[in-house]
Write a protein that binds this ligand. Sequence first.
Ligand SMILES: Nc1ncnc2c1ncn2[C@@H]1O[C@H](COP(=O)(O)OP(=O)(O)OP(=O)(O)O)[C@@H](O)[C@H]1O
Ligand SMILES: [Mg+2]
Length: 479
Amino acid sequence: MAGLMTRSPSSVALGRRGENSPGINTSGVNSPGVNSLGVNSLGDGGDEMWIDVIQKMDEVYTELVHSQAELETKNTRLEEAYAFIGSVLESMADVVIVCDENGVIQQVNRALEGLTGIADSSLRGAALASIFQPEAHAEIASFMGRLKAGETISQCELSLAARSEELSAISVNCSPRTGPSGRIDGMVIVGRPVGELQRAYRELDVAHKQLSQTQQQLLVSEKMAALGRLVAGVAHELNNPISFVYGNMHALKRYGATIVEYLKKCAPGRSYDEMQALRKDLKIDRLLADIEPLVDGTLEGVERVSDIVQDLRRFSSNQQESEEEFDVVRLIRTAADWVIKTQREKPRVRFDMPDHLEMKGRKGQLHQIVVNLVQNASDALAARTDGEIAIACARRGGDVVVTVADNGTGIPAAHLDKIFEPFFTTKPIGTGTGLGLYVSYSMAMKQGGDLTVANLPASGAKFTLTIPDMTGASANARG
Ligand SMILES: Nc1ncnc2c1ncn2[C@@H]1O[C@H](COP(=O)(O)OP(=O)(O)OP(=O)(O)O)[C@@H](O)[C@H]1O
Ligand SMILES: [Mg+2]
């Protein structure tokens, strides 16, 4: 293309009249139409004719000069356009192949050369199929027909005869190329190596898995940290029933010894009065009346211990929990007790709840949410002597609504939409992980419920937890 018209307008050998041009020969020697004797062979009026002819020639030359100048400009523009397209093609990471109607390669870019290791000069003129693996040949052969039928060919994965296995797979888009007549006389194939994409995707996948694992570990450690904080409260909880089981068993042991003594003294031959006196002396009737409540109390104490242990196990377990029926009021009291017992400055806790409220749901998760909310409320009241936490629970339609409010500092407006985000905490390093509300919110949502917050007009914050009661719904119907 370069050098299509190499002569510049200035190099055109054109003269002007009186400047040794092929026009009028001023010396009168060897000019066309003038013989060697200087006689004008055209006769009278011949000069004008010459002048006309010369003027015509001049016009033609002038036109020629113009069109050559125009051609030169167009040529320069064409060369620039050609260089521009070439540089775009060369800098493309995607493979570009231009073919004619018969699948003969006309143009390629450097990306293809890089993938195949074949020089661009050898690629041009080769059959398109020759640069692909045999299994791709049938598909490639169908391209032209499909394009002519108006079909779009996109995201078609083909195997290139590449330098290495890893580079061979490319995802291809193929478009028709129309000639000057408007007829499809070739195609343009643009391909993207999918090996790169796949590797990037695999790396992303590994990073994502590691992230999920770390997140899972963090959630577990948040739970364990919360459990650790609760241990003191739980120990106190256990101490109550254990001490009265202990006391009851001692009483029963004493009662047993007395009964044995009485039975030993009940020897044959003793009179009825003697026996009655002994019975009174040993307080056998009072003792017998005491046995049943003592045994009942002991059993209740043991059940309480067993419940606490079960609650603890459920709290610390990572297993997906199934729904069960339970008394939510009792659960809230236990959860609040666990937290409050661990506080140095114990806030006053006011309950506004019925005596019992049976519901069906994920008991362990609900327990964990209430523990988190009461813990946060206690933290907001830390070191205050007039701290108060109000806990309410009621049924609302098919839901159970639990609210936990405190008279602490409340939450700054700028933090209100952040506190449910993971790792958002205003507590000193090592105190809070910022996962309590995130975990609680996620658990509430997974059960089809909700957890919201609002600041109270006077002072403090109020969290509202809504959990659907699944009584009557089929078990585990919701996530
Ligand atoms: N009752 C509340 N009063 C005032 N601020 C609160 C209250 N509850 C939560 N917040 C704010 O929300 C933040 C996030 O609470 P979240 O329970 O998620 O994390 P944390 O308590 O800081 O740490 P973690 O619960 O993981 O130990 C708290 O740091 C606190 O700033
Ligand atoms: Mg918290």
